[in-house]
Design a protein around this ligand. Sequence first.
Ligand code: FUL
Length: 479
Amino acid sequence: MKHLLLFSLAASLCIFTCAAINPPKPYGPLPTKQQLAWQDMETNLFVHFTVNTFTDKEWGYGDENPDVFNPTALDCRQWAKAAKDAGFKGIILTAKHHDGFCLWPSKYTEHSVKYSKWRNGQGDVLRELRKACDEYGLKMGVYLSPWDRNSAKYGTPDYITYYRNQLKELTTEYGDIFEVWFDGANGGDGYYGGAKEKRTIDRKTYYDWTNTRKVVRDNQPDAVMFGDGGPDIRWVGNESGMGSTTNWCLLNADTMYAGGDYAKFLGEGQEYGKYWVPAEVDVSIRKGWFFHENEEARTAENILNLFYQSVGRNSNLLLNIPPNRQGLFAENDIKSLIGFKKLLDQEFKNEVKPLKVISGFNRGKEYAAQNMADNNPNTYWATKDNVTTASAEFDFGKTVELNRVLIQEYIQLGQRVKKFKVDAFVDGQWKLLTDGTTIGHKVIKKCELTKTTKVRLTIEEAKACPVISNVKFYLAPMN
Ligand code: FUL
């Protein structure tokens, strides 16, 4: 009896309160937990390393003698340390580039480290990177070029078996893989086991991607796959480090194929795309993807700019650092990386915190505007279901100076915001600080150095009630 009473009391309490605290329903396509984890990583390193490093090329023809690959002092720990010190979360290595040379001793080819003089054929770059990533607490990813200019089988159905076998090796023998990178460059002239000819494939059908991707899904369910049009992560459509200011994480990925001409969609995503496919900005610290002695590394300031153009625009940054012929990151590259980290820390060192955040548009007290300033990524400000235009005021309680605004949507419930603006209260009136279109995982806006007592965020247009998890203001150094 006592239990029954307690139960009905609890049930009626729930009916009473649940009505008030219903969270907004998810809207549109949603990220998987793997995609969410990936979006949280924000910055990763790319490592392009193979025979090209030694032949001074960008694309090897596929006829390189395996002995060409001979790093004199390979040290993946040096790469991992640099990545860690610079705040990057993972490293993706070109296990096989278009030339077909494998950096691991694949059972399925003689075109690999196993057949080179390097460490008497006993070396395995993947294995070393695995160890180094584990030591430094980094995640590891692999790039396996679908195009293979060495393989005699390329262009025939046999090659697909070969490719899947290699994918299986990489996804079963090297521990947890967080990202598998499928490059879009496909088919053309090459060595092809001595045929030395041009081979073209049907980009839409040749790789039978549904079944090829299955190898990764089966063996590494937590990995995300990158490809021009997804399936999990999309290319941003350029290699110059430029994320798009309007950037939906949505894409009609099923209608796209690697190497197709979709630059605009890849950059901006598609507002009504059917799938969640966030963008990755891949860019090299040097002109080429592979190491060439005469190319200069970007400066720390330049990399900071890449950060704003990628992470600041709802994308991840994948920054390539090519090891040299010793098998090491060059000193200048490391200097720029570490310099970048210092600048980044400076940028976000001086947070200007509001005393209180208020809004007349709260969905209920669980979804109050104050949630945007509580440093908890799991709480958010939300409005009632039919309210898609709303504002909130961040009151600093005194005059502050700021020049950066960071905003995050709670993307677990979908990407919603189409247009927003941020005003500052200056000399008795609201003055526009910055504005934009989409938000997504994160946008960071630079704005004029402004003295103000309060700032107002206005969601001007949204596809459904806005759900904002985080808003921060900073005073970054003025250079
Ligand atoms: C391109 C490739 O052709 C380049 O060599 C490089 O690997 C880059 C990341 O992707 O499509």
